[in-house]
Design a protein around this ligand. Structure first.
Ligand SMILES: Cc1cc2nc3c(=O)[nH]c(=O)nc-3n(C[C@H](O)[C@H](O)[C@H](O)COP(=O)(O)OP(=O)(O)OC[C@H]3O[C@@H](n4cnc5c(N)ncnc54)[C@H](O)[C@@H]3O)c2cc1C
Ligand code: SF4
Ligand code: SF4
Ligand code: SF4
Length: 418
């Protein structure tokens, strides 16, 4: 068992670093791994068939849960160190939205991602795009899909705030040798970059990476507990949408009998994050070709994106978009980067280690040193991430205290509040 812990993703499971991306299943050369949904943990996890495993270590090598040397990863993708250690490398920064009213209306923010994918497909820069969506009638399993026709893209808009596994679609990309654009969270892109380091021929297939800014993803207990409080049974739910209606949107629960509930993502969401997210360093998908988030700039009340273009090739596919250039400082202010727990994850890792929760091996960019206030916020976050079974009253009281601390000391909203 000790060897399995050192050589395989058993280690990732053991330490709770798994984000359920499925890359270990995809790349295991002897098909010894399957990703299953764990009802106990409320997330996807790998299951290893020990009788097949040759202990080759490939699953660990492609896993985004551990061993992330960000200066080295950044260098391998952008061939330089970041101009701005809080933003990563960039060529242009914009705010804007899709001129296609449907894409904008149905988008998580301003529909930039879907418009950009449409531009890539229409100009035949790629054969397929990798997207995901919550499934009707299956609230526990978002699925990933390869879309090859522009007219099908609209079905896959909006944000899925749980993690999504890629195993089957990545297999399809490789078997069919498709030139693909992928949309993913920063950790999805970490795993892809690690896989390309191991198998450089994959570069041929993965032509564009579109990274979403990411404050964290929920495990499925957030949904189950919320439904239970509302006295709604899982099997009566037709569909969950995390952001529905006017931007920035509300949680929508649509029952099979047609009754619709629009509500806030309450305390169950804030205390049921994937455990690995606590340690995460990458908020703005630094390794993507283009990174996309919400426009939280002061005064903005409409569905808009902010967009960080990191690679020159992206600039060729910006048609049908209303874009206005903004500065790095604008993103610093709107996303309060200098007090964001992600970039100070060194503090989170130290706090984790102190409380004997072995932290993953994450090496940050040089030049970012946490101060006392970051350590205290890391302590509060650590506590929040371990509140799963506490009483609702206690959780609410703690979250109120944390919000006050973040408001007055960190000068920003407490994570997670999207
Ligand atoms: C978990 C999560 C956390 C986020 N946190 C922040 C934040 O803290 N701050 C911020 O500014 N922005 C955040 N975003 C990004 C923001 O919510 C929008 O996704 C982004 O602005 C793109 O909006 P759009 O209208 O251009 O996308 P749309 O046109 O609606 O397209 C959305 C695309 O994202 C893909 N997608 C959705 N969910 C996932 C997922 N879980 N994994 C992989 N692909 C997915 C869809 O397949 C689709 O292609 C987050 C997004 C997610 C999914
Ligand atoms: S065979 Fe290799 S990739 Fe597959 S589970 Fe074992 S160590 Fe991991
Ligand atoms: S994070 Fe991804 S690659 Fe790592 S163990 Fe989990 S599913 Fe496998
Ligand atoms: S916070 Fe980091 S680890 Fe968690 S889902 Fe987002 S990118 Fe992945």
């Amino acid at each position: 068992m000790k060897e399995m812990l050192q050589r395989t993703v058993e280690k990732i499971k053991e330490h709770n670093y798994c984000i359920g991306c499925g890359m270990c299943e995809t790349f295991c050369p002897v098909s010894a791994i399957t990703i299953n949904f764990s009802h106990e943990k409320g997330q996807f996890l790998p299951l290893i068939n020990y009788s097949r495993c040759t202990k080759c270590g490939i699953c660990l090598a492609v896993c985004p849960g551990d061993d992330l040397n960000h200066p080295v990863l950044h260098q391998s993708v952008h061939q330089k160190q970041p101009e701005d250690p809080f933003i990563g490398s960039y060529l242009q920064i914009y705010k804007g939205f899709s001129k296609n009213e449907e894409y904008r209306k149905s988008g998580a923010s301003g529909g930039f991602v879907t418009q950009f994918l449409a531009n890539l497909l229409e100009s035949k820069a790629v054969d397929a795009v990798l997207v995901c969506a919550m499934e009707d009638g299956n609230i526990h399993e978002p699925h990933s899909y390869l879309v090859k026709r522009v007219e099908d893209l609209g079905r896959y808009q909006r944000s899925v705030y749980t993690n999504v596994h890629w195993a089957k679609v990545i297999d399809e990309v490789r078997t069919e040798k498709l030139r693909t654009a992928i949309v993913g969270l920063p950790c999805h892109i970490h795993s892809l970059v690690k896989a390309i380091a191991l198998k450089p021929e994959l570069r041929e297939y993965f032509r564009f990476t579109i990274g979403l800014f990411c404050g964290g993803t929920y495990n499925f207990n957030a949904i189950s507990k919320t439904l239970s409080d509302m006295k709604i049974s899982d099997i009566d739910v037709a569909r969950i949408d995390f952001r529905w209606g006017q931007w920035p949107g509300k949680l929508r629960i649509l029952q099979k009998n047609g009754v619709e509930h629009l509500t806030k993502r309450g305390h169950h969401f804030r205390t049921n994050y994937l455990s690995r997210c606590y340690f995460c360093f990458d908020f703005l998908a630094d390794l993507a070709d283009v990174s996309v988030g919400d426009n939280w700039m002061k005064g903005n009340k409409s569905a808009e994106n902010v967009i960080i273009v990191r690679k020159k090739k992206v600039l060729n596919y910006l048609e049908n978009l209303e874009l206005e250039e903004i500065s790095a400082e604008d993103i610093h202010v709107s996303h309060k980067l200098k007090s964001n727990p992600h970039r100070f994850s060194e503090a989170n890792c130290k706090v984790g280690n102190f409380f004997s929760r072995q932290a993953p091996n994450i090496i940050p960019y040089s030049g970012i040193k946490p101060k006392a206030k970051h350590y205290f916020s890391a302590l509060l976050e650590y506590y929040q991430f371990s509140l799963g079974d506490s009483s609702d009253e206690y959780k609410r009281a703690f979250l109120k205290f944390k919000d006050i601390y973040f408001h007055f000391v960190m000068g920003r909203e407490s994570r997670p509040k999207k």
